[in-house]
Design a binder for this molecule. Structure first.
Ligand code: BG6
Length: 479
């Protein structure tokens, strides 16, 4: 569709930015916090870039007032953050850590005092280590009730001030890395376990949403899905089929359960034949149907192109670029389904991520046509090397170009008929990338931190900070 004229962004559009507890807070063992699976995993040599961990991260736990001040000065309308589960339940269950709740209480109060809408993520990957040790974390159904209790604790405490909630952050990305690629804790490579853990997470998501309806009846909740829309490498029927496979196995497998309460039938049948489909117990089907969200949270970074992958001798795992050395990414896939291919039509970042603003519009349209739900972009951004210049300046015009082009496609999508309620860039300050250290930066605010540590962690506004400030002030008029 080509539009003569684009409509303005809605007047109450939630212009925002995002973060996650483990990537910013630090204070990993302070004020009664228990360890998360990441606290232990990152201490295993070779798991992260240059052995980085979130022990200190960007010290947001101690500097949150300064950070919120920077948000207020920017004019941010919403801020998405996550709560660290083991900060609230150090042992996974049982006694609640009041100091943990008090920290988020004052963060939320600070946001509200500056008219910034808090958007609270319940789970951004930091399972309490205690639950991992007790029953294997997401591989046991016991976690459904423990997660539910933790969520209810937060609903009761913050539900009066927090009206936008994200249930699970990127369940697809997290389980794929944790149970297929062996790159997130517990670092397993087993497809059967991957689908089982996923199923348990779906049930936990649905249970958390069902409880939300009781405790925060006037609030809105949805999962944040890492949506990487698929493209075919060519119009050859074999590549088209590979693309269909990819979209069903890497997107609709999650989106259909979130938004319809059921798995897509073709992939489900295929996995059943292979003995890989998750096991349904009595009551699962009913519970999944109770998890309908108010919006689909979309974390968008790129599209991926797929091509035919033979069953015998096909590509499976390949090297992933976690260093910023452009061109080091390798093709990955599932023999008999698909493998990733280069897309010559789009630029790439130094981490080999495709830069494709139109892909965001395509993705939002696919979601709208299939589920007809509002969309909240809960992450979108560019991870790049930034250079701190003299007099504390960071000229990140590449980030401005990235964000501007993606926001322009948001405007196009709104004109197409997508109901877009907000946009949170990733990220507000620079922060720790789980596997890529500190050198892959995303923020509007530079933080003087690196892989070696020992820097003063001071905050510096990048050029993109001033650019976004103006975008918000003009409600995206010049996008
Ligand atoms: C998403 C996550 O996958 O992408 C964030 O929700 C993450 O936590 C972001 O930091 C960027 O990924 P990366 O690997 O570049 O840090």
């Amino acid at each position: 569709m080509i539009h003569e004229k684009l409509p303005p962004f809605p007047a109450d559009f939630l212009w925002g930015s995002a973060s996650a507890a483990y990537q910013i807070e630090g204070a990993w063992n302070e004020d009664g916090k228990g360890p998360s699976v990441w606290d232990l995993y990152t201490k295993i040599p070779g798991t992260t870039f240059k052995e980085t961990s979130g022990d200190i991260a960007v010290d947001h736990y101690h500097r949150y007032k300064e950070d919120v001040q920077l948000m207020a000065e920017m004019g941010l309308k919403s801020y998405r953050f996550s709560v660290s589960w083991p900060r609230i339940y150090p042992h996974g269950t049982g006694e609640v850590n009041e100091a943990g709740l008090a920290f988020y209480d004052s963060l939320i109060d600070e946001l509200v005092a500056h008219s910034i809408e808090p958007v609270l993520t319940l789970y951004h990957w930091d399972v309490p280590q205690a639950l991992q040790d007790r029953y294997g974390g997401w591989e046991s159904r016991e976690i459904i009730e423990d997660f539910n209790q933790y969520c209810i604790t937060l609903y009761k405490r913050f539900g009066d001030r927090v009206k936008y909630w994200v249930s699970l952050n990127e369940q697809n990305h997290n389980t794929n890395h944790a149970y297929m690629l062996g790159m997130h804790p517990p670092a397993v490579k087993d497809r059967k376990r991957f689908y089982e853990a996923n199923h348990i997470m779906f049930l936990a998501n649905a249970q958390a949403i069902a409880s939300f309806r009781k405790h925060v009846p006037d609030g809105k909740i949805g999962p944040s899905f890492a949506y990487t829309p698929s493209y075919p490498a060519s119009s050859s029927p074999e590549d088209m089929l590979a693309y269909e496979n990819a979209e069903e196995f890497t997107s609709y497998w999650w989106l259909d359960v979130y938004c319809r309460g059921e798995y897509p039938s073709i992939p489900y049948r295929h996995l059943k034949q292979q003995g890989l489909a998750p096991v349904f117990e009595e009551g699962d089907q009913e519970l999944l149907k109770q998890g309908m969200p108010d919006f689909v949270g979309v974390n968008y970074y790129q599209t991926i192109t797929y091509e035919h992958n033979p069953l015998h001798g096909g590509v499976s795992s390949g090297k992933m670029n976690n260093t910023g050395q452009k061109g080091s990414n390798e093709s990955t896939g599932i023999p008999g389904l698909y493998k990733t291919a280069n897309n010559p039509h789009v630029e790439k970042s130094n981490w080999d991520w495709n830069i494709d603003p139109i892909g965001l519009r395509i993705g939002m349209r696919r979601i709208t046509s299939r589920y007809d739900l509002p969309i909240f972009i809960t992450e979108n951004g560019l991870g790049e090397f930034d250079k701190l210049e003299s007099e504390d300046q960071v000229h990140d015009e590449y980030r401005i170009a990235y964000l501007k082009s993606h926001l322009h496609q948001c405007k196009q999508a709104i004109a197409d008929g997508v109901e877009l309620i907000g946009y949170c860039s990733w990220s507000f300050t620079d922060l720790l990338s789980w596997l890529n250290g500190y050198q892959k930066r995303y923020g509007f605010v530079y933080v003087n931190q690196d892989e070696e540590g020992g820097k003063d962690l001071r905050r510096i506004k990048k050029d993109s900070y001033f650019w976004y400030q103006d975008v918000i002030k003009t409600n995206g008029e010049n996008i």
